[in-house]
Design a protein around this ligand. Structure first.
Ligand SMILES: *[C@@H]1O[C@H](CO)[C@@H](O)[C@H](O)[C@H]1NC(C)=O
Ligand SMILES: *[C@@H]1O[C@H](CO)[C@@H](O)[C@H](O)[C@H]1NC(C)=O
Ligand SMILES: *[C@@H]1O[C@H](CO)[C@@H](O)[C@H](O)[C@H]1NC(C)=O
Ligand SMILES: *[C@@H]1O[C@H](CO)[C@@H](O)[C@H](O)[C@H]1NC(C)=O
Ligand SMILES: *[C@@H]1O[C@H](CO)[C@@H](O)[C@H](O)[C@H]1NC(C)=O
Ligand SMILES: *[C@@H]1O[C@H](CO)[C@@H](O)[C@H](O)[C@H]1NC(C)=O
Ligand SMILES: *[C@@H]1O[C@H](CO)[C@@H](O)[C@H](O)[C@H]1NC(C)=O
Length: 410
């Protein structure tokens, strides 16, 4: 695949100049391709409205555009992107669109069924992504030839039409918008990892876990409940050492790299060991339950037990379903440890929840911060967002003129 002039590509996309791309056999330019797809009218108008997405790019040797169809845009009010589109939040929309463009040309036939790949996108702004080389989207072919793209908060988009080639790459049509992965504290709620989130606040380790390029092994709520006082009576410093044993800082390790026997150096200084037994994967003796939850600064995997840096040699007993605890004085608690350490952002109780005393707390969990910040279900959303698009072309044209070159032909 040859590299392609983005300026030419954009001009062609917007139909602003007619260089001889039509002459190149059956392969068309992006503009003609999009204009010819009646299910892509909303996406096409957005690209026209935000041409800087394509203009500010370096030259890649081909790109893959995951183009949401019109049905996908109709679903926005029910997704976390609603407020961005309802409020015409250009910064968010631009970054969301960049997350829909993959580096390089990826055709569906490159997938190995059942094996996920983690493809770098053009989302690189550190306000949105702290994954070096561009935030990734997971792509996997499931049984029945169903191809899905998994994005932030476990959102799934299904491929509905594959491999529409254009001169600069390929368009893949998907049925839902991708959600850019969010920060740890905005992702944990969706996966019920509230005790884990609280433990990061209680140990003052959230900033440590928020640096670029991380892999996090997050124990589920049941894991925290099973230890109870063994953790909650620790000082913040002791708890921090335990939490650091769940963090690989400086590398983003997706499930495909968690091969049998792998040792990974954690921030606590001790290694963790990956082992496979039958269909199960273990981190030390904790079972790997959910893999590849994409977050703004890397990836998070859910495990069944809390790992103990003082017992790095712990091994699973694959013959039993539920692995034993690796801490002394573990004792089941009914409430969710550490959740009161989570700062409240909405529907807050009257009592103060600030703080980091490492004590077990009642499960008076606040209502979800991430959901609240992202979603305001409004039936007006899409209509309003779509209505605005028609007015967007003037601004786009203004920007194009400012950029000069072929655009001046306007
Ligand atoms: C990325 O890291 C920088 C500083 O390390 C921080 O300011 C920014 O908020 C982070 N971005 C995200 C999306 O977490
Ligand atoms: C096009 O839209 C129709 C009607 O919503 C839908 O049934 C069809 O699956 C869509 N096709 C593609 C490729 O998006
Ligand atoms: C979260 O936990 C609650 C209570 O433990 C449970 O009812 C709910 O189904 C869980 N949700 C998910 C997504 O696991
Ligand atoms: C992130 O990882 C990449 C390679 O995976 C590396 O080149 C880069 O320096 C890392 N960045 C940070 C801030 O750790
Ligand atoms: C971690 O594992 C590596 C081998 O992968 C080994 O060289 C190193 O000594 C181990 N570190 C500790 C603290 O055991
Ligand atoms: C993982 O490695 C161990 C030790 O080499 C081996 O005994 C075990 O069979 C391997 N597991 C799988 C699923 O291959
Ligand atoms: C993420 O969580 C923080 C802390 O709870 C909150 O202030 C922020 O609004 C959230 N952001 C999003 C996008 O949900």
């Amino acid at each position: 695949m040859r590299s392609y002039s983005w300026r030419g590509l954009v001009a062609a996309t917007l139909g602003l100049c007619s260089v001889g791309v039509h002459a190149q056999g059956t392969i068309t330019d992006l503009g003609s391709l999009l204009a010819g797809q009646k299910n892509l009218t909303t996406f096409y108008s957005l690209i026209q409205k935000y041409p800087d997405i394509l203009l500010q790019l370096p030259s890649y040797s081909g790109v893959t555009i995951l183009a949401p169809n019109n049905d996908a845009f109709n679903k926005i009010p029910y997704t976390q992107l609603n407020s961005a589109f309802a409020n015409n939040d250009q910064d968010t929309i631009t970054n969301v669109l960049e997350y829909h463009i993959l580096q390089g040309t990826k055709v569906a036939a490159q997938l190995v069924p059942g094996t996920p790949v983690f493809l770098p996108t053009l989302l690189t702004d550190s306000k949105w992504s702290n994954v070096t080389g561009g935030q990734r989207v997971e792509n996997v072919e499931q049984s029945g030839n169903v191809v899905v793209f998994v994005s932030g908060q476990g959102s799934r988009s299904t491929l509905v039409q594959a491999d529409l080639m254009f001169t600069g790459g390929v368009v893949q049509i998907i049925d839902s918008l991708l959600i850019p992965p969010t920060a740890i504290e905005n992702t944990t709620q969706a996966f019920n990892l509230t005790s884990f989130e609280g433990s990061l606040y209680a140990s003052n380790q959230l900033p440590t876990f928020s640096v670029p390029n991380v892999t996090i092994f997050a124990p589920n709520n049941e894991a925290f409940q099973a230890l109870g006082p063994a953790l909650t009576t620790m000082t913040a410093e002791e708890l921090a050492t335990v939490m650091d044993y769940h963090l690989i800082s400086g590398s983003v390790i997706y499930s495909t790299a968690l091969t049998n026997g792998t040792k990974l150096a954690t921030l606590s200084g001790e290694n963790i060991t990956v082992s496979h037994s039958g269909n199960n994967v273990y981190i030390n003796s904790a079972q790997l339950l959910t893999t590849d939850i994409l977050i703004a600064n890397g990836v998070l995997h859910v495990i069944s037990n809390i790992l103990n840096p003082q017992g790095p040699g712990a091994q699973p007993n694959p013959a039993i379903a539920s692995q034993g605890q690796v801490f002394a004085s573990a004792s089941d608690v009914a409430n969710l440890p550490f959740t009161s350490a989570i700062p409240c952002t909405s529907s807050c109780p009257v009592t103060s929840t600030t703080a980091s005393s490492s004590t077990a707390t009642t499960a008076a969990t606040k209502s979800s911060s991430s959901a609240a910040a992202f979603t305001t279900s409004s039936s007006k959303g899409v209509g309003a967002a779509l209505a605005r698009e028609t007015g967007g072309f003037n601004k786009a044209a203004g920007l194009m003129v400012a950029l000069g070159g072929a655009v001046m032909m306007l």
